[in-house]
Ligand binder design. Structure first.
Ligand code: R5P
Length: 311
């Protein structure tokens, strides 16, 4: 396997890529990534990838240079005659506009899918896409991994009592229900209204949370508005301990301050996006998804089942 599989890292999350390489017991493929003096990205694959099974690890969080770098890496591998190119995207950026819900808005999640496909990707390996239907925006194969096994393993070690899993919006009910089932717990929902692209307001808590230990489950924490407002509403309804779990720590604006000042006891996230400053908010616990991604890469390479990872 080892001489046919090539693992390439962009500059967005090299630490995660190194951990995946360690899991797979292979070195990272050598690439030169630098900048022209005007800021444009210069890429060169510094090893032969002809007829290789190439996996490129690059989450596409902001700035858009991360996406651009991914596209250039795919193009470079394609022109270097790689046999198959898998874009490994632990965080798929621009996913939140996934439908035309108002006049004159783009469907950015579809546009990004087009760009990745046109660049020459043969398939995509993603982690916790914002909406499962984004898979259908691609006409190439997509494996969308769930972070649940990683989050659940950690949460099960916490001594929580009378647990209720809470989805902070209706979009997360399906994943919340699956999570609650695995914890043998109840499910509640926060009825959220988005007032602007980056602002929301809690309307109601649906379900009984009085006296419960709560796990608020979301895919993304960006401004932390959603999760902290949900926590506040749950506290008012009589919830006891409140823990937040989300796959992608986007942490934009003053998210960390908000989390620090909130009634949330612990914020569990993964390393899909690098979070390098844990000192600023001691509540944040980062879980490692490299074994999950590494195992998925190994299985794609050898043609084994991915769904078995989630049974
Ligand atoms: C929304 O649909 C997502 O699932 C998250 O709830 C949202 O992106 C979180 O954003 P913020 O932290 O800015 O409220």
């Amino acid at each position: 396997m080892k001489n046919r599989l090539k693992l390439i890292s962009g500059t967005a999350n090299p630490k995660l890529a190194r951990k995946i390489a360690k899991y797979l017991d292979i070195p990272l493929c050598k690439v030169d990534i630098s900048r022209f003096s005007d800021g444009e990205i210069s890429i060169r694959i510094a090893e032969n990838v002809r007829e290789k099974d190439v996996f490129i690890v690059q989450p596409t969080f902001s700035p858009a240079e991360n996406l651009m770098e991914l596209l250039l890496l795919i193009d470079a591998c394609s022109r270097a005659s790689a046999r198959r190119i898998t874009a490994v995207i632990p965080y798929y950026g621009y996913a939140r506009q996934d439908r035309k819900d108002r006049p004159r808005v783009p469907i950015s999640a579809k546009l990004i899918a087009n760009l990745i496909t046109v660049a020459g990707a043969s398939r995509v390996l993603a982690l916790e896409l914002h909406a499962a239907q984004i898979q259908g925006f691609f006409d190439i194969q997509v494996d969308n991994l769930f972070a649940a096994p990683v989050l659940l393993k950690y949460i099960k070690k916490r001594k929580l009592k009378n647990v209720t899993v809470v989805s902070p919006d209706v979009g997360g009910i399906k994943i919340g229900r699956a999570f609650a089932k695995r914890l043998n717990s109840n499910l509640a929902i926060v009825d959220k209204r988005r007032t602007a692209a980056d602002a929301s307001e809690v309307m109601n808590v649906i379900g009984d949370v009085k006296g419960s230990d709560i796990i608020i489950l979301d895919d993304i924490i960006s401004t932390a508005g959603t999760i902290t407002q949900a926590a506040e509403a749950l506290r008012k309804e009589g919830a006891k301990r409140i823990i937040a779990a989300a796959t992608h720590p986007v942490f934009s604006g003053n998210a960390l301050e908000r989390l620090k000042d909130s009634c949330i006891e612990e914020v569990i996230v993964t390393n899909s996006i690098p979070f390098e400053d844990p000192g600023r908010c001691k509540k944040v616990k980062v879980l490692d998804v490299s074994p999950l991604l590494g195992e998925a890469i190994r299985r794609i390479h050898t043609g084994e089942s991915i769904s078995k990872l989630f049974i």
